[in-house]
Write a protein that binds this ligand. Structure first.
Ligand SMILES: [Zn+2]
Ligand SMILES: [Zn+2]
Length: 193
C-alpha cells in the first residue's frame, strides 16, 4: 500500500492525508503488514483527512471495530495488537507544522478573498508542505513512544428495542425511556418527550 492508494480512497492529496500516511507506515513497520488473525487496532484522536490513510494502509476500519475514534481534536494515534501489553503512541510534533505560517493565506483562500497571486502562493506552500511531510525523517515529525496498552474491553451484546415513535430498532444502550415507552435518540430529541 502506497500513498497513491490512500489518495484514491480519500479523493485528493492534502497535508492531512500525508500525515496519516506517515503515521500508518510507522505503525506498519512496527507491527508488520496487516494480517487477518492478529488484528491491529488504531485509536485516533481526530476525524481529519489523516484517518483515511490509516483505514487504507492499516486496514483499521470503523465497521470492523478496530478503528476507535476519540473526539479530542488532537493528532495523536495509538496502535496495538489485541492481547498485547504494549501500544505504540504517535503524536504530531507541533513546531514542525507551525513553520512557515500560511494560516492567514488559508483564511483568505477559504473566504474567497485571495488574489490569483495569493492563491498560487498558497498552492505552492501547500505542495511544499506535503513534500516535507512525505520526506522528513519520522522522528522529526512525530514523537513515537511505547506505552501500556489499555486492558481489552469485554464485548457486550445489546438487545434491539423498538422506538415507540418511529418504529425503528435501536441498540438498547442507546434507547431513552419516557412515560414508560422506549424512544430512539433522534425521536427523543425531536419531540423532547
Ligand atoms: Zn484531505
Ligand atoms: Zn424513533
Amino acid at each position: 500500500m502506497e500513498i497513491e492508494d490512500a489518495v484514491k480512497f480519500h479523493g485528493h492529496m492534502c497535508p492531512g492525508l500525508a500525515i496519516g500516511f506517515r503515521v500508518a507506515k510507522i505503525a506498519e513497520e512496527n507491527f508488520g503488514t496487516r494480517s487477518k488473525d492478529e488484528e491491529l487496532v488504531a485509536i485516533v484522536e481526530n476525524k481529519s483527512c489523516s484517518v483515511d490513510a490509516i483505514q487504507v494502509i492499516n486496514s483499521c476500519t470503523f465497521g470492523k471495530g478496530n478503528l476507535v475514534f476519540r473526539d479530542y481534536g488532537k493528532h495523536v494515534y495509538t496502535f496495538f495488537k489485541r492481547g498485547d501489553e504494549k501500544a505504540l503512541r504517535i503524536s504530531r510534533k507541533q513546531d514542525v507544522f507551525e513553520r512557515g505560517g500560511g494560516n492567514d493565506l488559508f483564511q483568505k483562500v477559504r473566504a474567497g478573498t485571495a488574489t490569483p497571486e495569493e492563491k498560487a502562493e498558497f498552492q505552492r506552500e501547500r505542495e511544499e508542505k506535503i513534500k516535507m511531510i512525505l520526506e522528513a525523517p519520522a522522528d522529526e515529525l512525530f514523537k513515537i513512544e511505547e506505552i501500556e496498552a489499555e486492558p481489552p474491553q469485554k464485548a457486550v451484546i445489546f438487545q434491539t428495542l423498538t422506538c415507540s415513535e418511529c418504529g425503528e430498532g435501536m441498540m438498547e444502550s442507546r434507547a431513552r425511556v419516557a412515560h414508560g415507552k422506549y424512544f430512539c435518540l433522534p425521536c427523543f430529541e425531536k419531540y423532547d418527550v
